[in-house]
Design a protein around this ligand. Sequence first.
Ligand code: NAG
Ligand code: NAG
Ligand code: NAG
Ligand code: NAG
Length: 353
Amino acid sequence: MKQQLSIGIPIVASLAAFVLVLLALLAGSRPGFMEDFDIVTFNTSALGKNLLSTATDDNKPTSTTDGLCDGLGGAFGRLCSSATAEAETIESEIVSAIDDIGNAIADKLADTLGIHEFYSLHVLAICEGSFTPNATAPSPGRNVTNCTMGLSDGYNVSAIFDHQLQIGPFKLTLADLGFTDDIQSAFDTLNQVTKAFAIILIISVALTGLALVASLASLFLIPRKERAALLSNVVISLVALLMLIASALVVTIGSCIVVSKVNDLGDDVGLSATAGYRYTIFTWVAVGLMIVAFAYWLRQFLAFRRGSRSGANGHRKPARDSEESSHYYGETREKRNKSSVMGRNLFTRARRT
Ligand SMILES: *[C@@H]1O[C@H](CO)[C@@H](O)[C@H](O)[C@H]1NC(C)=O
Ligand SMILES: *[C@@H]1O[C@H](CO)[C@@H](O)[C@H](O)[C@H]1NC(C)=O
Ligand SMILES: *[C@@H]1O[C@H](CO)[C@@H](O)[C@H](O)[C@H]1NC(C)=O
Ligand SMILES: *[C@@H]1O[C@H](CO)[C@@H](O)[C@H](O)[C@H]1NC(C)=O
């Protein structure tokens, strides 16, 4: 009876693992859905701060608008020297925007440039939005405004920045903000790793679901074909477990590397990144649950094999051992009866007749 109940262990464990990986796959796929379970979040609320300091530093010595262009480098310089009426308007807009920003750089810069304050990377989507109440508040909330599907549109986060800057009020490029090739290559790596991770995770969801189905099916199969049922559960749960470990390793190591690289290189341009620890915990809990399911099936399978081998040996043993071996046989058979699931008694009796 206890044994019959114990088959609930792998069923519950693989059901829970399946739900976890399914949620891990879907997290962030719609705006606001499990937004806290991000893989990596880029904080762009201070992106372009170096632009700002060049502009204000160069701005100071010349007080008249006429001389302003000479002192300006980079994007502002280019805008200035195009010397059209439109450029002049933009230029004065920039100057007044910068004056407005004042000390609250992190809260207004992104808005001024036409980008969002954060971009969060999820398995299926890249979401963007602003911090609430503001970017500098301690542990701020997130207001997601938009998500871009990754598998179809790619996971090139910097392409999104680039696009939004170009349609923004000042038509800037990433190069204007001081993006180097090194930063771009970090984003390109992220693009590839995320694509691979999404595929691995989709396979993990399928295999974990298969493990769940197989353990449910064993309720009916064990009484009839115990060896095949146990063996297939061992194999399926092992493959699902390996896949889950692969995805957990990819996401844990990958997000660590990206975050440290981006924080290293992005410091100058006001870009920072954080890894979503909740997501990492999520995936490792799924691994833990699958270990439970796999360990259960392995144990059952080994017990079954031990049982049938000693059973076979008992028959073949020479006569002088017969008493001892039949005792041994009886004992293991008792164990087997205990360790098998419903219908086992019927099965052995049928085999003996
Ligand atoms: C985002 O970056 C800004 C500027 O570096 C910083 O002040 C702010 O605390 C960061 N916010 C979050 C939520 O990481
Ligand atoms: C950001 O929010 C915090 C907490 O609500 C507040 O104390 C702070 O003044 C705000 N900062 C700005 C620049 O609005
Ligand atoms: C979230 O952002 C949208 C659009 O930017 C804004 O209309 C809305 O008020 C924001 N919600 C909160 C809670 O800040
Ligand atoms: C990502 O976007 C950036 C900026 O648009 C572009 O320079 C880069 O080549 C893109 N990378 C990939 C792998 O598409």
